[in-house]
Ligand binder design. Structure first.
Ligand SMILES: [Zn+2]
Length: 272
């Protein structure tokens, strides 16, 4: 999302907002200020908070969230097709360019907000960002008894890591996804901090090499995430997964759990 925010800024930064085409009406989550208030305003900069990207137009801003199936297209000139499946909204600018938000799948969770510059809207309650002092304190001293993988994915505890980077960071730190933060020793915590920092920095470096919007295939650069069944790049053991309704956690038993196989609902259902 950080790299996407940067690309949007270089694509339409400094251009004037000329209008928008609401292609999926329920995606706009606010009514005041109205999106019409953006017309004639210059896109000054973009930013990111958690998984939200913000486009700043003076004292008004757009925030958007792609959810799992959301994508972004850059268009020059803006296309006229409005009926394609999954279109959410098109924002048009006076440099003959447009940014199109799309969503694949039926979840309809992608959304956008028009907010006063000082209104944090849906970002209210997000946890600290990795790299911040607050985040370091949380990892160094936190007594949260939930599983560390749950903590890292919970946007209200830590903003902006997500599933893929959580899997990869825990693997790099050689920490079990089921370990609790509370139970971690000081050196585990330091290793985890460093692993998160490096994993996110590597990810950003790779994502910065993209051009255009955000394609259908993202996150193709994971080290262990979604790679279950393949050999661990560190020790060669088979990577394993724990499956949940909407996601899965990938880990290496040798590197992370002292050889222990973590309980997987899918597995136990098969055995039963
Ligand atoms: Zn391994």
């Amino acid at each position: 999302m950080q790299a996407l925010a940067e690309r949007i800024e270089s694509y339409v930064g400094g251009a004037t907002f000329t209008g928008y085409e609401p292609l999926q009406f329920s995606a706009l989550k606010t009514f005041d200020p109205a999106p019409e208030a953006l017309k004639g305003r210059t896109l000054e900069r973009t930013s990111r908070r958690g998984k939200y990207v913000m486009l700043h137009f003076g004292d008004v801003k757009i925030a958007f969230h792609l959810s799992q199936g959301g994508r972004v297209d850059f268009e020059e000139p803006p296309k006229k097709t409005n009926k394609a499946k999954g279109y959410v909204v098109r924002w048009k600018f006076d440099n003959n360019r447009a940014v199109l938000l799309k969503e694949f799948g039926t979840e309809r969770k992608a959304g956008w907000w028009v907010l006063a510059e000082d209104d944090i809207g849906p970002m209210d309650g997000l946890g600290p960002e990795p790299g911040s002092k607050e985040f370091e304190d949380l990892i160094r001293t936190g007594q949260d008894s939930r599983r560390i993988h749950t903590i890292l994915r919970d946007q209200r505890t830590v903003a902006g890591i997500g599933r893929g980077y959580s899997d990869d960071a825990l693997h790099a730190a050689k920490i079990s996804p089921f370990a609790s933060l509370k139970s971690m020793k000081a050196d585990d915590r330091e290793r985890l901090l460093q692993a998160i920092e490096e994993t996110l920095a590597n990810g950003l470096e790779i994502e910065r090499k993209r051009t255009g919007g955000l394609p259908t295939k993202v996150g193709d650069h994971w080290v262990v995430h979604h790679e279950h069944g393949k050999p661990c790049p560190v020790c060669g053991d088979d990577l394993r997964r724990v499956s949940y309704e909407s996601h899965e956690v990938t880990y290496c038993p040798t590197c992370q759990t002292g050889g222990k196989i973590l309980a997987d609902r899918r597995m136990s259902r098969l055995i039963r």
